[in-house]
Design a protein around this ligand. Structure first.
Ligand code: G
Ligand code: G
Ligand code: MN
Ligand code: NA
Length: 254
């Protein structure tokens, strides 16, 4: 378990890095975007997922400077990919609920886009379902401002938080990411298949983009494409990889 002081030090000492997991159009195999995922490499140790310390980072608020750093890194990297022969490439960055309470969030995002020369509509911010389910007026105002700038907003881990259709209709949300806990069982578990099919139908009727997470087998790909979900992220295509590996994937496959 990481303490806040360790995280603060890690940020100051450059021990964080951003890995990228491709998002793929399952029909063409083309990589159209990547999710930026934070990694921590303590001195002399292997890179660690942030799953184990993201909760404490949110509690203490240190997620704010860390999240700002991730956004800047990811947009700067996207600019390199777009300049390096992948002009349509996009990026998805996770935003914690805590970052939404920052008064200057929209200005900060706008500043990073200006500094890196990334167009707003090439950036997708992944919000938690709990944040988007019952947003305060303030949070909704932030979502509207980001959306008005052209930034795309998606709901991460969708399906775990019981979002209602009525809510979604009124929010400036552009995409749903189907939680991987449902995708895992779609070929064996009738209820998982039913939930995923329902989410796909809901997204289509609300004209929302859709991406399935945790796609790790050809059977997943067959089921999803047969049911009208064409975008995927998961180990079947690639785990999250360092930027230079992602660059190679883009150069080889796109
Ligand atoms: O790929 P990984 O095991 O690191 O993902 C673990 C969890 O951490 C995921 O739920 C993911 O959304 C979250 N996460 C990864 N990177 C970031 C980040 O930069 N900011 C926030 N808020 N969450 C992140
Ligand atoms: O919660 P979020 O979807 O933002 O975070 C992605 C998490 O899912 C990371 O921990 C990442 O390593 C993991 N992940 C990505 N693809 C797969 C997959 O195909 N299978 C499994 N089991 N985990 C995955
Ligand atoms: Mn995510
Ligand atoms: Na997530």
């Amino acid at each position: 378990m990481a303490a806040t002081s360790q995280l603060r030090q890690a940020l100051a000492h450059d021990e964080f890095s951003v890995y990228y997991q491709p998002q793929v159009d399952m029909e063409s195999g083309r990589i159209f975007s990547a999710e930026a995922l934070l990694r921590w490499t303590p001195p002399g140790k292997a890179a660690r997922s942030c799953a184990e310390f993201i909760a404490i980072a949110e509690e203490t608020g240190i997620i704010v400077p860390i999240g700002e750093w991730v956004l800047r890194q990811a947009c700067a990297q996207l600019r390199r990919w777009r300049d390096g022969g992948h002009p349509d490439m996009r990026i998805a960055v996770n935003l914690s609920a805590r970052q939404f309470t920052q008064a200057n969030l929209t200005e900060f995002v706008a500043q990073v886009l200006r500094d890196t020369g990334v167009p707003a509509d090439a950036l997708e911010l992944e919000l938690t379902e709990s944040l988007t389910m019952q947003p305060s007026d303030d949070n909704l105002a932030v979502m509207r401002r980001l959306s008005a700038m052209g930034v795309q907003l998606s709901i991460d881990d969708f399906g775990t938080g019981y979002s209602s259709l009525a809510y979604l209709q009124n929010f400036p949300i552009h995409a749903l990411k189907i939680d991987r806990s449902f995708v895992i069982g779609i070929n064996e578990q009738a209820h998982d298949a039913a939930i995923v099919t329902a989410i796909i139908a809901m997204a289509h009727s609300l004209h929302l983009n859709l991406i399935a997470e945790g796609v790790d087998s050809p059977e997943h790909v067959s089921f999803l494409t047969a049911h009208g979900c064409l975008a995927a992220q998961g180990y079947y295509y690639s785990q999250a990889v360092p930027a230079e590996v992602m660059t190679r994937l883009l150069d080889q496959r796109n």
